[in-house]
Design a protein around this ligand. Structure first.
Ligand SMILES: Cc1cc2nc3c(=O)[nH]c(=O)nc-3n(C[C@H](O)[C@H](O)[C@H](O)COP(=O)(O)O)c2cc1C
Length: 152
């Protein structure tokens, strides 16, 4: 069964709401046939990345960059996955309090190196997630799941 791996660094209720909204979108009843697996960025392995068909990356912005935990994830999987995962689809959601620009840029630079393919522009969320934000997170995850299923 095609697999979507959600790699997240969830540090607060706000991040958790974003992750939950993404999971709800990826597991929408119409998206039958995609397995959704979660992995904390600090423990996600190259084997988990190789075994998946697409990736939802959820990170806070920290000091103008992705969270150190998400950087650790990329440091762990970059070379082991460099050849085998080229072209696989991904989406990124970045949560911050005021400016997520550098964090998004830092993720995009690395996934460009990996050759992963964005299914949508990175979703940037600031502050407490509202309904529109949760819907946007669900939508981007649903789009990713649909791409993994070959429906888009
Ligand atoms: C050390 C540190 C650095 C941070 N740097 C940024 C930043 O550069 N840009 C930003 O928008 N938010 C920044 N934040 C806010 C976090 O992204 C935010 O706390 C996290 O997404 C969780 O959201 P919450 O605090 O609303 O629960 C920073 C937080 C910490 C603790």
């Amino acid at each position: 069964m095609p697999r979507l791996l959600v790699v997240h660094h969830t540090v607060s209720p706000a991040l958790d709401e974003v992750v939950e909204a993404g999971l709800a979108g990826a597991q929408h009843p119409e998206l039958v046939g995609v397995e959704v697996v979660t992995a904390a960025a600090l423990t996600a392995s190259a084997a988990e990345v190789l075994a998946a068909d697409g990736y939802l990356l959820v990170s806070p912005a920290n000091l103008g960059y992705m969270a150190g935990a998400m950087k650790h994830f990329f440091d762990t999987i970059y070379y082991p996955c460099l050849r085998e995962t080229v072209g696989r689809p991904y989406a990124a959601i970045v949560h911050g309090n005021n400016d997520t620009t550098g964090a998004v840029r830092s993720i995009e630079r690395i996934v460009t190196g990996l050759g992963w393919s964005p299914v949508a522009p990175a979703l940037e969320v600031t502050g407490a997630p509202d309904r529109a934000t949760r819907e946007a997170a669900s939508e981007v995850a649903a789009t990713l799941a649909a791409v993994i299923l070959g429906e888009v």
